[in-house]
Ligand binder design. Structure first.
Ligand code: ATP
Ligand code: MG
Length: 628
């Protein structure tokens, strides 16, 4: 056995080559190397390349056959990749065993004159095939990092000669080229694979992004929906578009009646959402809801669950169906579905996973929607109760006035006076009607503060007449300090309630002991200032800090503690403020109502009031505020 690469130009029989023959040989070698070099740059098929290399090799070194092995690093085996001159296609050899195995392990070439004389040669293969191996030449395939990736082996030089060092040099050159080809191809394949992985990842990411933006959009739209119809059409339109469905449906039970309703959406008619009354288990959505399971059906028209009342009323023939139940607390609260895939004809796994996400989203939205609705209803009922108690509280004023005038009427002889008194009584009925209207408007979800120009002169004249009835029989003096030329802007009926509540508290505080009740009104900057002052004992210290809260009362047998809470609420509705100062010499409540600086404002009204006849009805405006 010899190894290495002497480049002696000898003929196969050992005699030196004659120069002409040597030159021809050189030419053939360099032509073959060139051909392989060109093929390396132009042929991408690895098998073609390797076949060319092996064919050239067998021809140049005049071998009987040649084998190219690749190293399987994992299994530590050499596996034949290509064989020239033999029909056998697959040979496996352990690393370190047999000639090729030793070459792969050591990374060095081996040249043998007679294999059977070499102890490292394993005859198994010859025994199996009947071939008689004699001379051998094997060289490692090394990649650009110098790692052995395989072995090329040639057997039996023709005419019983042995392989020369010249042959070894040729094998070494061609194995380098084969290694380059293999390396390139592996690099190329791994690049393609990486590229494919990248494409797959990008595709998955894009899909996830689409799903996410769909969910985000759904959340935005469902949050804005004020009715179930709005919620349904927002959800269904989005889903149908995302999954290429011709139509979509949402099955829900109505909150108050508990009846099942299916909202059916048709992409060709997106404006008109159909509302179909459905019985339990009817149609595909009914079945999905009843079974609490996903249904994915390709031939819906022949399916026993197809229902004329539901699917039959769609404006198109329902072919494929994907129905997903909406999770409820114990049982599904409905179902959502897609009808007739417009592309492939059936819904795929991606559609199923998207609809699962959507159904979770929609069931949360529906539950939230129902919870909001029932909270709003119960809040409104509570507020109606509160408003009613306030209105009933303030019924006291018109009732007192009516009862006062009724008594006066009973004693009045002359008809004209009785007529005057009856007018006053009728006015109080208007006050009562207005208060009743306030409650009813609120129950309907409206809330109106009727702000308009009010002539203070007339407003306080009415207050004075009514209070006179209330203090009659008590040692209480009424004093008014009102800028009577002033015209201000506020809700007359409600401000009257404010003044009466404050005045009644003052009268109650002074009681039998008596005193002076002073009521005043004037402009203070841009505000209308109204004050109610008494000479009573002042506010009890214990409740000073919570005076304007409901049910805070002290020192009164029949007090409910609502009077000042009503005052505060009405002042708030006018965007004004209320404050109190108190001492043992009495209490003073001050109300400030902003009048704004516009032409309709108090300042302008004051200017105009000198030239205007009083009593003319003033133009009003409604300030709407949301019902609480
Ligand atoms: N001018 C005042 N002088 C002294 N204390 C007052 C005066 N105004 C209010 N208060 C105190 O504030 C409490 C709360 O008044 P508020 O009008 O809210 O309820 P109330 O008068 O007790 O009952 P209601 O008005 O509902 O019949 C009164 O109970 C009283 O103790
Ligand atoms: Mg009171």
């Amino acid at each position: 056995m010899t190894s290495g690469s002497e480049t002696l130009q000898n003929a196969p029989d050992g005699r030196p080559l004659d120069p002409l023959e040597a030159l021809r040989h050189e030419r053939r070698v360099s032509a073959a190397l060139r051909e392989v070099g060109v093929a390396l740059g132009t042929t991408f098929d690895l098998d073609d390349l390797l076949e060319l290399i092996l064919a050239k090799l067998t021809e140049l070194v005049e071998a009987d056959r040649a084998t190219l092995y690749l190293l399987d690093e994992g299994k530590k085996e050499l596996v034949s990749r290509l064989v020239v001159g033999d029909k056998v296609r697959s040979i496996r050899m352990k690393l370190g065993h047999g000639i090729a195995g030793i070459v792969a392990k050591t990374g060095k070439s081996i040249r043998i004159r007679d294999a059977y004389n070499d102890p490292q040669f394993e005859r198994d293969w010859d025994v199996l095939t009947g071939y008689r191996t004699k001379s051998m030449l094997a060289a490692p395939l090394k990649n650009h990092l110098g790692r052995t990736i395989g072995v090329i082996q040639v057997l039996n030089k023709q005419d019983g000669h042995e392989f020369t060092s010249e042959d070894e040099a040729i094998l070494s050159a061609l194995s380098t080229q084969a290694a380059v080809a293999i390396d390139n191809s592996r690099l190329f394949l791994s690049l393609i694979q990486k590229n494919k992985q990248l494409l797959d990842t990008t595709e998955q990411l894009e899909r996830k992004l689409q799903d996410l933006s769909l969910l985000l959009e759904l959340e935005r739209r469902t949050a804005r929906a004020t009715t179930l119809e709005e919620l349904a059409s927002a959800v269904l339109g989005q889903c149908a578009q995302a999954c290429e469905a011709r139509g979509a449906g949402l099955l829900l039970s109505e909150e108050e009646s508990g009846d099942l309703v299916e909202y059916a959406f048709d992409t060709k008619n997106p404006e008109s959402l159909q509302r179909i009354g459905v019985k339990s288990r009817e149609g595909f959505l009914g079945a999905s809801m009843a079974q609490a399971d996903i249904l994915s059906i390709d031939q819906a028209d022949t399916d026993p669950r197809w229902n004329a009342n539901v699917e039959g009323t769609f404006g198109f023939a329902v072919t494929s169906v994907l129905a997903v139940p909406l999770d409820g607390e114990s049982a599904p609260l409905g179902a959502i579905g897609l009808f007739s895939h417009e592309g492939s004809g059936s819904f795929d796994d991606a559609d199923v996973s998207l609809m699962r996400l959507v159904s979770a989203n929609v069931s949360t939205a529906v539950r939230l929607f129902n919870a909001n609705r029932s909270r709003e209803r119960s809040e409104r009922l509570t507020s109606i109760g509160r408003l009613l108690s306030q209105v009933i509280h303030d019924f006291k004023t018109p009732m007192t006035v009516i009862s006062g005038y009724t008594q006066l009427m009973a004693d009045a002889d002359d008809r004209r006076t009785r007529h005057e008194y009856s007018e006053e009584i009728l006015k109080q009925f208007d006050v009562l009607t207005a208060m009743q209207r306030e409650v009813l408007e609120f129950a309907r979800g409206e809330r109106t503060v009727f702000v308009r120009k009010v002539y203070l002169n007339k407003f306080f004249a009415d207050v004075r007449r009514q209070l006179a009835l209330e203090v009659s029989g008590l040692p209480i003096e009424l004093s008014f300090q009102v800028d009577t030329k002033l015209v201000a802007r506020f809700d007359e009926g409600r401000l009257a309630r404010v003044v009466h509540n404050l005045a009644r508290n003052a009268i109650e505080a002074m009681g039998e002991a008596g005193g002076v009740l002073t009521i005043g009104a004037r402009l203070d900057g841009a505000d209308l200032l109204i004050f109610v002052e008494d000479t009573g004992p002042g506010i009890p210290k214990a409740i000073e800090g919570q005076l304007f809260q409901s049910f805070v009362t002290m020192g009164k047998a029949g007090g409910t503690g609502l009077g000042l809470a009503i005052v505060k609420k009405i002042v708030d509705e006018h965007r004004g403020t209320v404050s109190v100062t108190s001492s043992s010499a009495g209490a003073r409540f001050e109300i400030r109502l902003p009048q704004g600086g516009n032409e309709d404002g108090a300042a302008a009204a004051k200017k105009a009031s000198g030239t205007r006849k009083s009593g003319r009805p003033a133009k009003g405006s409604h300030v709407k505020s949301p019902a609480r």
